[in-house]
Design a protein around this ligand. Structure first.
Ligand SMILES: *[C@@H]1O[C@H](CO)[C@@H](O)[C@H](O)[C@H]1NC(C)=O
Ligand SMILES: *[C@@H]1O[C@H](CO)[C@@H](O)[C@H](O)[C@H]1NC(C)=O
Ligand SMILES: *[C@@H]1O[C@H](CO)[C@@H](O)[C@H](O)[C@H]1NC(C)=O
Ligand SMILES: *[C@@H]1O[C@H](CO)[C@@H](O)[C@H](O)[C@H]1NC(C)=O
Ligand SMILES: *[C@@H]1O[C@H](CO)[C@@H](O)[C@H](O)[C@H]1NC(C)=O
Ligand SMILES: [Cu+2]
Length: 366
């Protein structure tokens, strides 16, 4: 399907959006700390006009198509990763997935999990803007609005025209993947929407040699219902320090000990969908919608006590090393890389979404 190209992407509807945006504030009363003008001055030291990330369903239809169209463009741009690094990378989109695949075990269940994924999502947002003419900000998917479980599959993000398409057909679990995500309902190739014919190349597992296959989804409303509700989100936000906050976001590796992070990955990806693949999960464009919301959870948590939380970082340098037997904790100076996709930064560079290398805001916080 040729995605219907909106006549113009950006500008004309800004006024209407401003009005909608304002109406939303009045309705949901965001956390007072964040909107406190004194605090705002303090946060926005170098970022005068942050782009504002909004929830998918609050975008106009034109804005939604402009975003989806920019993703299609990025899927067609030629890769820049050297063949020696990722021989199978064909598109710029593959470049992004390849860097995640290659670093899988050094960016999850570590102290810099949230900082790395903040920089990763912002880099994707910048790429859509700088390389594909997108003029908006990265939207986010507030899954708490699609709860309870019975409402999950009708979430606006799964819309076939103004969304990322829906589930794949049901494929029974077999011996090739014994990890049956509870409540899974799909597993086959996505059957509708703009990414129906998308070619996924990176993965499975650590492979970057190129394994062309379809984009698959395996929705589990049950799993999503268990971990993506306001109850789990509030539990996350109630954590006293970054160490606990990060642990509750990431949860444990078992399905029964998930957090909001795993809730989105397995709720969408199940057993056979890419979102459920720890390595190649960014292959599904919905990944960035989910991670923008996780980032919003983190920023919501930070904004409740900026004085302390703009610099609060801890957690292991090494995978799952929560008792520090293999090494120490991550600190603000800890280096992070996205390969060819962005310049190298430190954890400290990513703590404030409105300073230094970052310059975006959220319309509404938790
Ligand atoms: C997918 O590809 C098939 C065959 O090339 C084509 O008929 C179909 O319209 C395409 N669908 C989309 C959504 O692009
Ligand atoms: C198991 O299912 C996967 C996913 O559909 C499929 O690719 C694979 O061929 C199946 N394996 C067997 C042994 O049936
Ligand atoms: C949140 O609600 C869901 C759905 O009722 C439930 O399965 C889950 O255990 C609850 N989580 C918490 C932390 O209370
Ligand atoms: C690492 O951070 C955790 C909190 O995330 C803390 O409990 C622990 O004492 C720290 N370990 C070291 C060696 O500083
Ligand atoms: C960025 O960091 C990576 C990993 O440490 C390193 O290999 C690379 O050379 C660095 N790039 C630059 C431009 O410093
Ligand atoms: Cu990840």
């Amino acid at each position: 399907m040729a995605l219907r190209l909106p006549r113009r992407c950006g500008g004309a509807i800004a006024l209407l959006l401003l009005v909608l945006h304002f109406a939303m504030f009045v309705r949901t009363s965001p956390s007072p700390n964040h909107r406190d003008p004194a605090n705002y001055q303090y946060v926005r030291s170098t970022c005068r006009n942050p782009i504002v990330r909004k929830e998918w369903r609050t975008l106009s239809k034109t804005e939604q198509l402009c975003y989806l169209n920019a993703v299609q463009c990025f899927l067609k741009k030629p890769a820049i990763t050297p063949k020696s690094v990722a021989p199978g990378a064909v598109s710029r989109y593959d470049d992004m997935v390849a860097t995640h695949v290659a670093q899988t075990f050094s960016i999850h269940y570590v102290g810099h999990f949230l900082p790395w994924h903040r920089w990763y999502t912002a880099t994707y947002e910048n790429a859509l803007r700088n390389e594909c003419g997108y003029t908006g900000a990265q939207p986010y998917w507030d899954w708490t609005l699609d709860m309870p479980a019975a409402k999950f599959t009708s979430a606006p993000v799964f819309d076939a025209i103004y969304g990322f398409g829906g589930n794949g057909p049901l494929i029974p679990v077999n011996a090739s993947n014994p990890f049956e995500v509870p409540g899974r309902t799909g597993g086959g190739c996505v059957e509708d929407g703009p990414f129906k014919n998308m070619t996924v190349r990176m993965g499975p597992q650590g492979s970057v040699s190129g394994n062309p296959r379809c984009l698959a989804r395996d929705l589990s409303p049950y799993f999503a219902g268990r971990y993506l509700g306001m109850n789990q989100t509030q539990l996350t936000l109630a954590q006293p320090d970054f160490g606990w906050f990060d642990k509750v976001v990431e949860g444990g590796p078992s399905f029964d000990a998930s957090g909001v992070h795993g809730g989105g990955h397995y709720g969408v990806g199940g057993t056979y969908g890419q979102m459920g693949d720890l390595y190649a999960s960014p292959s599904d464009p919905i990944f960035f919608m989910h991670h923008a919301n996780l980032d919003r959870v983190w920023w919501s948590w930070q904004a409740r006590d900026l004085t302390k939380r703009l610099t609060d970082i801890s957690g292991p340098v090494n995978l799952m090393d929560y008792s520090n037997t293999m090494g120490g904790n991550v600190t603000l100076g800890f280096p992070m890389t996205l390969g060819v996709n962005a310049k190298n930064v430190t954890v400290g560079d990513t703590m404030n979404i409105m300073a230094g290398v970052l310059c975006y805001d959220y319309d509404v916080l938790y």
